[in-house]
Design a protein around this ligand. Sequence first.
Ligand code: 4AD
Ligand code: MG
Length: 439
Amino acid sequence: MAISTISEIGTHEGQSVTIRGWLYNLRESGKLLFPQFRDGSGIIQGVVPKNAVPPEVFDAIKGLTQESSVIVEGKVRADKRAPGGYELDVSNVHVLQRVPESDPYPITPKDHGTDFLMEHRHLWVRSQRQASILRVRAEIIRAARDFFDSNGFTLTDPPIITPAACEGTTTLFPVDYFDEQAYLTQSGQLYIEATAMALGKVYSFGPTFRAEKSKTRRHLTEFWMVEPEIAYATLDDLMLLAENFLTFIVKRVLERRRADLATIGRDLTKLEKIETPFPRITYDEAVAKLQEGHAQGKLEHKFEYGGDLGSPDETYLSSLYDRPLMVHRYPAAVKAFYMEPDPQRPDLALCVDVLAPEGYGEIIGGSQRSANYDLLVQRIKEHNLPEEAFKWYLDLRKYGSVPHSGFGMGIERAVAWLCGLEHVRETIPFPRMLYRLYP
Ligand code: 4AD
Ligand code: MG
C-alpha cells in the first residue's frame, strides 16, 4: 500500500493509502468516529463507522487521545465539504504511542495565554497556525536566496565569533575565546565588505546576535539576517535593490503560500499592493511629517530633530503609505561608524531604512560605506572602538578602496510583516529574548 503525505493524498483518489502522523482531533457520535489526522503537510478527516471496520480498529480509535502517534490505512474519497477536498475511509490503524489520559497533551483547542504557549513552544509549533508561519518563514528564506543567487551574487559566510563590534558596543554578547575576548556577531557586514572587494556582488545569510535589553515586540536577541554587499554600488543603487528584493519576496510568498497565509488569517489585499517603486523620503522630510502629525494630534510626542526614529515614529510614518517607505539620509550621529557622509551635507549619512507598511517598522537597514581611510580611522576613534581589531577592515580602504553599499534584512521582521503578526516571538521556531531562554 502506497505511503502518502496528506498534502498529496489527492493523487491517490479512490485508492488505499497509508498515512503516518498524529491524532489532531476526534469527534465521536455513537457508532461513528471522525478522527482528524495531521502529518505536518496537512490535516485530513477520517471516517470510522463501527459496522464497517474490525472491532479492534474501532476500539483503538475510540477515545484516542490528542497527539497520539498513529499509522493509518484507508481509502481516499473526494469530498467537496472537506477542507482539503478529501476524506479517508479508515480501514486499519496502528497506534505507536498513546498519549496517556493521566498526562494529556497540554495544548488543547481552548485559549492559552502567551506565557504558557511560550513555555511549551516545543509543542506549540505543532499547531496549524504556527506550522503555517514556519512554512512562510522557510519560503521567505528560500526567496531571498533565490533572488540573490539568480542576480549574480555569491554567498559568502562571515564568522559568528568576532573580535569586535559592528553595530555599537552596547549590545554585544561576550564569548570567552580561550585567552581572548570575543563576541557573537551583530552583523556579517564588515566581513562581506571584504568578500565584496574579492567577488563584486556577495551576500551572507546567518544568525546574528544583539544583547538588547529592550523588551519590545520587534526585538530578539538572536535573529537571522540576510545581507547583500556590492562593490561600486551607491545609495541610489541600494534603494533600487531593496525595493526589487522585497517585491520579489512578497510576490513569491503570495504565489506559493496562499493557503498558509489564509490559515494565519492574513489580509492578502494589503500584500497585493506591494509594487515598485517604493516612496523615498529624506530624514528631514520624515521629521517634518512627524511634527505635522504631532500638531494634528495623531502622534503623542513631539519629535525632536536629530534623534533616531523610535517605534511609534516608524509606525506613524509607515501608516501614511500602503507600500514600504524608504527613509534615507539620517544624521550621521545616530548611525553606525562605517557610513559614508553625504558630500552635500556631511552631517548626514548616506543610509536608508526601509519601513514596512501597517506599522511593522524597520525591516531593512543599509548604507553606502565610508571608503576613505582617514575618515574611517577618525570614526573608529570617535566611537571608542578598538583600532587594533579593525586593522584588517581599514586595509580594505588602503588597497583599492571603492564606493560600495549593502543592507541587512531581519528575517523575523519580514515574517512578522508578511504574516501580519503582533510580535516577532512567533516568527522563529525557538525565539531568544530578554527573558526567554527556555525551551
Ligand atoms: O539596522 P541594522 O542594525 O543594520 C545592520 O546590522 C547592518 N550592518 C546591515 C548591513 O548594512 N549589512 O539591522 C538590520 C536589520 C534591521 O532592519 C532589522 O530588520 C533586523 O536587522 N534587526 C533585528 N531583528 C530582530 N531583532 C533585533 N534585535 C534586530 N536588530 C536588527
Ligand atoms: Mg537599523
